[in-house]
Ligand binder design. Structure first.
Ligand SMILES: O=C1O[C@H](COP(=O)(O)O)[C@@H](O)[C@H](O)[C@H]1O
Length: 249
C-alpha cells in the first residue's frame, strides 16, 4: 500500500486535477473490469470536483452504465434538501449525465421521510445495499475510488474527532447524532467500510485545513484526527492545495 501527497497551487486547480485524475482512473479500471464503484463526498472541494468532472470532455469516454456511485456520508435530511450531499452531487454532476448513468447505479443514502425516521434505519438500509454489491464475505464493494473531503477538525465522512461513531466496528455504516457540524443527524460509512477501498483519496483545500493535514500525515491519533485513519488497500492519495499542505509537505 503506497501513500502519495500531491500539492496543487489552489483550490480551483485541485478540483480540476482531481476530476481529471478521477476520469482517468475510471477509464483505467474499465479497461480491466466492470463495474466501477466510486464513493463521492460532500464538502467544498468534493462538490467542486464533481462540477469539474461534468465540464471535462473526457467524461464522454466513460461507460457510465458500468459505474456505480456511493456516498461516504450523508446529512440526514429529506430528499431534495439542498444540504444533502446527494442533492449537491446531482446538481454538480449526476443530472448532467442524463440517461448515460442508469438511476439504479446511484446508491444514495436513504433520506429522512415517514418510513425512514432515524439515522439508524437509513444506515441499516444503506448497509443492505452495500452488502448486495459486495464480494462474497464482504460488507461493501471494494471501491475503486473513495473520495473523501476533510473538515478543519480532521473529520472524514461523518466520523468526527472524539465522537462515538468513530468506534463503530463490525458494521459498514453508522447513524450519527449530535454531529459538531450541522446538521446534527447524519449517516456515515465506518472505518471498516472505508478500508474496503482499493484507492482512498483525501481532498482538502484552504489554510483552515493545514493543521489537520499535518496531524493526519504525521500519523496523529485517529480519535483526534479521524483522517489519520484513512488508507486504501492499494493506494492512498492526499490531494491538497498549497494552503492546506501548509508546512507539512
Ligand atoms: O459535512 C461534510 O463536510 C466534509 C468536509 O467539507 P468541507 O466543506 O470542509 O470540504 C465532507 O467531506 C463531508 O462529506 C460532509 O458531509
Amino acid at each position: 500500500m503506497s501513500r502519495l501527497v500531491i500539492v496543487h497551487p489552489d483550490a480551483a486547480i485541485l478540483a480540476e486535477a482531481t476530476a481529471a485524475r478521477l476520469l482517468t482512473r475510471v477509464l483505467d479500471v474499465q479497461s480491466e473490469r466492470s463495474p466501477v464503484h466510486l464513493v463521492l463526498t460532500g464538502g467544498t472541494v468534493g462538490i467542486a470536483t464533481l462540477a469539474a468532472v461534468a465540464r471535462n470532455p473526457v467524461r464522454t469516454a466513460v461507460d457510465w452504465s458500468q459505474v456505480h456511485l456511493w456516498w461516504g456520508d450523508e446529512r440526514f435530511l429529506p430528499d431534495g434538501d439542498p444540504d444533502r450531499n446527494e442533492t449537491q452531487a446531482r446538481d454538480a454532476l449526476i443530472d448532467s449525465l442524463g440517461d448515460a448513468l442508469p438511476a439504479a447505479n446511484v446508491h444514495a443514502i436513504p433520506a429522512l421521510d415517514a418510513t425512514v425516521a432515524t439515522p439508524e434505519l437509513s444506515a441499516a438500509l444503506y448497509a443492505d445495499e452495500l452488502a448486495r454489491w459486495a464480494p462474497p464475505g464482504a460488507q461493501a464493494p471494494a471501491f475503486d475510488v473513495l473520495l473523501l473531503g476533510m473538515g478543519p477538525d480532521g473529520h472524514v465522512a461523518s466520523l468526527f474527532p472524539g465522537h462515538p461513531a468513530l468506534e463503530a466496528a463490525g458494521v459498514a455504516t453508522v447513524g450519527v447524532h449530535a454531529s459538531p457540524k450541522p446538521p446534527p443527524q447524519r449517516v456515515s460509512l465506518t472505518f471498516d467500510a472505508l478500508h474496503a477501498a482499493r484507492e482512498a483519496w483525501v481532498v482538502a483545500a484552504g489554510p483552515e485545513k493545514a493543521e489537520a493535514v499535518a496531524s493526519a500525515l504525521s500519523g496523529g491519533p485517529v480519535e483526534q484526527t479521524p483522517a489519520a485513519g484513512v488508507h486504501g488497500q492499494e493506494r492512498t492519495l492526499w490531494l491538497l492545495d498549497v494552503a492546506a499542505a501548509g508546512t507539512a509537505v
